[in-house]
Design a protein around this ligand. Structure first.
Ligand code: HEC
Length: 198
């Protein structure tokens, strides 16, 4: 029996159903904050730089002119600090190593999706973001295309998004895969860039 997708499956560390796209702080980001930031940024321990990361206090930091800008991780100072050289004065977490790439991506995805604190209990503003995210068309209008990796194996999927060096593909059964661009053959890598408008 042929197992045509095994390599793609191996290439992706996470398998998320598409419905998990609606990320929120409480579910996805808070655990990371507790792991990396809590000693210095919580009412429970210490509040450095006036930043307390409890869900109840974090909303003060979220807004168009704040360090967390809903929909716009690229200009959010919060994310910027995580991506600095660890030797930089503003680098976070202070006195520790950088977060894993996946962890930073999770935070970026959260901000991109509106920086919603608790999707079970959204504010009016957050509800708007959640509704927009739900109705947004896929990057390619939902078409399922054939993707081929360097081993010649194929996967039928639609592209969800393209990040710097990986493409998120969603199979018909709703399973999504983060596939490194470098593992795709040239034609499929070009297809991803074309769909993303690059
Ligand atoms: C060892 C202590 C320590 C840890 C751990 C730490 N920070 Fe900080 N952080 C500070 C200090 C001190 C400041 C204030 C000085 C400054 O702004 O650089 C600060 C400031 C900040 C600011 C700026 C706040 C503002 O209002 O401009 C952000 C954002 C931040 N930290 C994010 C984080 C995040 C996210 C983590 C976890 C990934 C983290 N920090 C972990 C000590 C820490």
């Amino acid at each position: 029996m042929k197992i045509p997708f095994s390599l793609f499956a191996a290439a992706s560390a996470i398998l998320l159903p598409v419905s998990a796209e609606a990320v929120d702080y409480v579910g996805e980001v808070l655990p990371l904050m507790k792991k990396h930031c809590w000693n210095c940024h919580s009412n429970e321990k210490e509040v450095k730089g006036s930043l307390a990361l409890e869900p109840e206090t974090l909303s003060d930091q979220i807004g168009k002119y704040n360090i967390i800008r809903p929909g716009d991780p690229e200009t959010s100072g919060f994310v910027e600090r995580l991506k600095l050289d660890p030797g930089h004065n503003d680098f976070m977490p202070r006195k520790a190593g950088p977060l894993a790439k996946r962890e930073i991506e999770k935070i970026e995805n959260w901000i991109r999706a509106g920086a919603v604190i608790d999707k079970a209990n959204p504010t009016e503003e957050e509800a708007k973001f959640l509704a927009e995210a739900k109705s947004a068309p896929a990057a390619d209008g939902g078409a399922f295309l054939l993707w081929r990796n360097r081993e010649g194996r194929t996967l039928e999927a639609r592209m969800h998004s393209l990040s710097k060096d990986s493409v998120k593909l969603v199979r018909k059964d709703g399973k999504s895969f983060d596939v490194p661009l470098g593992s795709l053959d040239d034609e499929s890598a070009a297809q991803a860039k074309r769909l993303a408008g690059e």
